[in-house]
Design a protein around this ligand. Structure first.
Ligand code: SAH
Ligand code: SF4
Ligand code: F3S
Length: 486
């Protein structure tokens, strides 16, 4: 669907006076060659991976990326809707761009990603903030949509697809350290967690062809990359040639589940580290855990968002598991991959959460001993099950206080976990120069703990062995005891 608003033009002047406050457009059909693209991304890793697809599509059209906003011909914002404050941040940016456009009317401002999908033409029609709105499954249409805008119209394509995975598009790596890269393995989400906007903004779940995933990983390795992170909203439900019920679709073709995909990518090269995100507690199988344990290059780290430690709250969240089920999955991780770390996501103050239920989250955090937690206050999202069914009844100050308590427990547990690694030597992939000191390199161990160490003669992209000497809550400071070759 391309929804185009017709506008009347007289030279460079928009003559529809009813559209006061709207960015003035100066349509000039032009070639895209050498045109400058400024792209800013918000939200999750999947959005950043998508931005690399967008740049790939537009660079084929002749666009060059720029970091200088003022010289941009096209500004794109790849946006996130997960919480209200994520959207507010983007709105502030869009207001800034709108002001910038006053001095350069030919500049195209477009919003991509989840906010584009959620708000659709509202961003054009009511708020007059942008020229173009493009949802996450419509990026192949971007060159046409930009032409529409240059032709003097506004452009929208927010069609969601059941097939689009951008499988054969080779992402153009942005802000890359040349060592680690994201590889998208699926899109969308078929879960209906009651708090979550993602199923509405990203559409139905679909898996990408495993051949293209392996080919992209191999290509990255050959270009010097040493780590890939396989991305999906629920990687455990990755399936190729399998129906949602697990039946084989085409008996002539290979079937691949997530454990098998992990293995295929691990086999690209023993020096290519493999990570993945995000696992879902209701779907994570022992088969996946055994595959992690089997391959040294699949990292010993699982991000397993719990959201709440109380079974009733989990039920209202429609997460599909109980506290006991979750703890059983944690026990399986600890049993099958003994030297692993675990991280999580937590929401405080979900609809109807009592003080006792909040305490259950704190006790679960203690029980699991997370190495890292990403913690959020519940933010009601339009159209979600929770918005329709439950009252957002936990007062803001209670949500904040509970969040503070969760953060305090996290910091204490994480620091203990990091301290427990002191004295040990870890294999670390050198990722680059430390932000705090140009005399130090940083990298991560298999367990995903950041380690900082004096550069010496270590090189980016090399594996080195670092002994942990001291620590902050989530970082280890160490000394190189052996380089790869040594
Ligand atoms: N697919 C992942 C999560 C993606 S969103 C999973 O199922 O775990 C990342 C995190 O944002 C979620 O894990 C959740 O903790 C948080 N989040 C999602 N919706 C939210 C909301 N409405 N308010 C607050 N936090 C939310
Ligand atoms: Fe949202 Fe749940 Fe899907 Fe994660 S699994 S993206 S929280 S609906
Ligand atoms: Fe945000 Fe969309 Fe990701 S809502 S978290 S950018 S899938």
């Amino acid at each position: 669907m391309i929804l185009v608003e017709d506008m009347l033009h007289e030279g460079n002047k928009v003559i529809d006076e009813s559209r006061q406050g709207e960015p003035i457009m100066a349509p000039r059909p032009k070639s895209k060659n050498g045109r400058k693209l400024f792209l800013e991304s918000y939200g999750c890793q999947m959005n950043f991976a998508d931005s690399e697809i967008v740049v790939s599509i537009l660079s084929k059209e002749g666009f060059e990326t720029t970091r200088v906003l003022e010289e941009a011909d096209v500004i794109l914002l790849n946006t996130c809707s997960i919480r209200d404050n994520a959207e507010q941040k983007v709105r502030n940016r869009l207001v800034h761009f709108k002001n910038l456009k006053k001095n350069k009317p030919s500049m195209v401002v477009g919003v991509l990603g989840c906010m584009a999908e959620r708000l659709r033409d509202q961003l054009l029609e009511e708020e007059h903030l942008v020229d173009m709105v493009v949802g996450p499954d419509a990026y192949r249409d971007l060159p046409n949509l930009i032409d529409e805008v240059w032709g003097g119209q506004k452009a929208v394509n927010v069609l969601l697809s059941r097939e689009e995975t951008y499988a054969e598009i080779s992402p153009l790596r942005l802000d890359s350290n040349g060592v680690t890269a994201f590889v998208s393995i699926m899109r969308g989400c078929d879960n209906m967690c009651s708090f979550c906007v993602v199923p509405f903004t990203r559409g139905r779940e679909r898996s990408r062809d495993p051949e293209s995933i392996v080919a992209e990983s191999r290509d990255l390795f050959e270009r010097g990359y040493r780590e890939v992170t396989l991305l999906g909203q629920n990687v455990d439900s990755y399936k190729w040639n399998l129906s949602s019920k697990g039946e084989v679709k085409d008996p002539e073709k290979e079937t691949v589940n997530f454990a098998q995909l992990l293995e295929k990518v691990a086999l690209v090269h023993p020096d290519l580290r493999v990570r993945f995100s995000t696992s879902h507690p209701k779907d994570m199988t022992d088969e996946v855990l055994h595959t992690i344990a089997k391959y040294e290059n699949i990292c010993n780290y699982v991000h397993l968002p719990v959201q709440s430690g109380n079974s009733e709250v989990l039920k209202r969240m429609n997460r599909g598991y109980t506290r006991e089920w979750y703890l059983d999955r944690i026990a399986a991780i600890k049993r099958i991959i003994p030297d692993s770390t675990i991280s999580t996501d937590i929401i405080t103050g979900f609809c109807g959460e009592t003080e006792e239920q909040h305490q259950d989250t704190l006790s679960l955090m203690e029980e699991v001993s997370y190495q890292m937690s990403y913690m959020f206050k519940y933010s009601e999202r339009p159209r979600t099950l929770a918005e329709r069914k439950f009252e957002d009844d936990v007062p803001e100050e209670v949500k904040s206080r509970r969040l503070d308590e969760v953060i305090a427990v996290h910091l204490r547990i994480a620091k203990n976990g990091t301290s427990s690694m002191l004295g040990r030597t870890f294999k670390v992939l050198v990722e680059g120069v430390s932000k705090k000191s140009d005399q130090h390199h940083y990298g991560r161990n298999s367990q995903n703990t950041i380690m900082i160490f004096p550069k010496g003669d270590t090189q980016k992209g090399q594996y080195v062995y670092v002994q942990a000497i001291s620590n902050t809550s989530v970082t280890l400071i160490g000394e190189v005891v052996q380089t790869e070759e040594g």
